[in-house]
Design a protein around this ligand. Structure first.
Ligand code: ADP
Ligand code: MG
Length: 205
């Protein structure tokens, strides 16, 4: 089983389109109501860049994704998602992702988000969805599961992590300015990050 990076990101863009209003409403509660439009603009710019001139190797494709997201999203999430994909690019090779290479790139991307944003578990960020997803992916592949099955487990772990942000007090980003008032709301970035993992699962072929 393999993942084509372009299919992954195209699917992510479609899911973001379907969930733009939800992401905006979540960010309206604990931020500045721009996460939906930020992500929609960024992923649409990536789809447009691929339509214009798609590079042929996964590392070049993912680098284009990262650079386009950094240029077009803005906000806190632009550099974070951008760094995720630039680190993915650096870990990816010249051939399509197989299970081990995808898991390695995903982990490298997560490490990039941490290097950039310094989030830890429980800070109420995208990390709280992505880190459990990376762990589930690694565990299930190590146990011999297929990439599709391991990604199904990763999606469930991301969704549980996303839901787990609701009672958390935000310690990073704009939501942290709210202090106690951030409690009781689902983190927008953890919500979009769950869509990123779902997109990977749906791009497996
Ligand atoms: P902004 O906060 O600048 O308006 P967005 O609304 O696009 O940017 O993104 C907000 C999301 O970014 C949050 O929900 C959170 O998940 C994520 N985020 C913010 N700061 C950090 C950080 N330091 N590390 C990881 N994720 C973060
Ligand atoms: Mg915002």
């Amino acid at each position: 089983m393999m993942i084509d990076p372009i299919q992954w990101v195209r699917r992510f863009a479609e899911l973001v389109d379907e969930h733009t209003d939800e992401l905006t409403e979540l960010d309206a509660a604990i931020g500045d109501a721009d996460h939906g439009s930020n992500m929609q603009r960024g992923t649409a710019a990536v789809v447009a860049a691929f339509a214009e001139d798609a590079p042929t190797t996964p590392s070049e494709q993912l680098k284009l994704v990262g650079m386009t997201l950094i240029r077009s999203i803005g906000g806190a999430s632009g550099p974070l998602y951008g760094t995720f994909f630039l680190r993915c690019a650096a870990a990816a090779g010249d051939t399509e992702f197989d299970a081990p290479s995808f898991a390695k790139a995903f982990r490298a991307g997560l490490d990039g988000i941490v290097a950039r944003g310094k989030a830890e578990s429980g800070d109420k960020t995208m990390f709280d969805a992505l880190a459990p997803a990376a762990d589930a992916l690694d565990e299930h592949l190590a146990a011999g599961d297929s990439l599709a099955d391991a990604l199904a487990a990763a999606v469930a772990a991301a969704a549980a992590g996303r839901d787990g942000t609701i009672p958390m007090l935000a310690r990073k980003g704009r939501a942290s300015y709210l202090g106690e008032r951030s409690v009781g709301h689902q983190d927008p970035g953890a919500t979009s990050a769950t869509l990123l993992v779902l997109a990977a699962k749906q791009a497996v072929k």
